[in-house]
Design a protein around this ligand. Structure first.
Ligand SMILES: C[S@@+](CC[C@H](N)C(=O)[O-])C[C@H]1O[C@@H](n2cnc3c(N)ncnc32)[C@H](O)[C@@H]1O
Length: 300
């Protein structure tokens, strides 16, 4: 599917500052993290069911996929258990599944992309190698208890940024750390770079007393309005948050130089971007990509 000019025009992006206290929720107890999650799930339900997500991001980002595959090779030999947390429609899971013998747990709070993923599991043994989990963290924890811990956890393309306030994100990161099999296991994540994203917007920083970097982002597609919450990071704030959760950064780089939808929508831009990312410092990236592992010195 290719995006026509008309559709691009309809992809009318609007930005607004995020008034965390008045509009939402996981902060200050006005709306619980669970309600925040339900809202995010509803937004993503529209994003995926309209086909808009696939239209914008029809493929994996080549640089990111290569990065994940190279990290996988560093893990001990033998098939790995990969937890793709916030896997969406399997944009990364599917090419990794095709190119390796690993098994996957595909988890998301939104059911629609999981159905799309299920329909795309067309390789011979893929149904045996992929468990699809929809629901809350406790359901995922039960599943991990049965299927075993993960050698690698993926949180690709802003999943952590959607989770909510700092406490909620730290709780999640600490929980994910308990899902890692051992000290050599890794988490690969990517988040939007505050130094590059939404810089056009005045007041992107949340009001005094709230965390800076919190924004809402609105876009509409064929009359459907989508409003997202993001926490934007810099390389420094990302590393600090991970450290607080008992995780240490092993490698950090730019996820892309150009916007992700250009990179994944055009093979030429994808290849060019891959070359640029080899020399681009993380702070210049459109997104920040990091490999992290348990901090052995942490009391977490
Ligand atoms: C930008 S999409 C990324 C999807 C996929 N990882 C990719 O790279 O294409 C963000 C995904 O995170 C999921 N998500 C948002 N909040 C979540 C949460 N608290 N727990 C798990 N998944 C979440 C959304 O439903 C959505 O599928």
């Amino acid at each position: 599917m290719t995006m026509t000019m008309t559709e691009r025009e309809q992809d009318n992006e609007q930005f607004q500052s995020y008034d965390w206290a008045n509009r939402t929720m996981a902060v200050e107890g006005t709306v619980s993290p669970t309600t925040h999650q339900s809202r995010m799930a509803r937004v993503y339900d529209k994003y995926f069911s309209t086909g808009f997500y696939h239209l914008r991001y029809p493929d994996a980002n080549k640089h990111t996929l290569h990065f994940i595959l190279s990290e996988l090779q560093k893990l001990e030999l033998g098939p790995k258990h990969i937890l793709d947390f916030g896997c969406g429609n399997g944009r990364y899971l599917l090419p990794i599944l095709k190119n390796t013998k690993n098994r996957f747990t595909a988890y998301d709070i939104c059911e629609t992309p999981l159905k799309l993923l299920s329909e795309r599991l067309d390789i011979e043994d893929s149904r045996e190698r992929v468990s699809i989990i929809h629901g809350g963290l406790e359901q995922l924890a039960r599943h991990m208890g049965v299927k075993g811990k993960a050698d690698l956890i993926l949180l690709m393309f802003g999943v952590l940024s959607h989770v909510g306030d700092r406490d909620t994100r730290l709780q999640l990161l600490r929980r994910l750390r308990t899902f890692l099999d051992n000290d050599s296991s890794r988490i690969i994540l990517s988040v939007p770079n505050r130094l590059r994203r939404f810089t056009r917007m005045n007041g992107c920083v949340s009001p005094a007393g709230k965390e800076s970097g919190d924004i809402t982002y609105r876009r509409s597609y064929k009359g459907t309005e989508l409003t997202f919450f993001y926490h934007l990071y810099t390389p420094k704030t990302l590393a600090a948050e991970l450290r607080e959760a008992g995780l240490v950064v092993h490698r950090m780089c730019a996820e892309s130089f150009f916007p992700e939808c250009w990179v994944t929508g055009s093979p030429v831009v994808g290849v060019l971007d891959q070359a640029i990312c080899r020399i681009l410092p993380p702070k210049r990236g459109y997104g920040i990509l990091a490999v992290v592992g348990p901090d052995k010195t942490s009391g977490e």
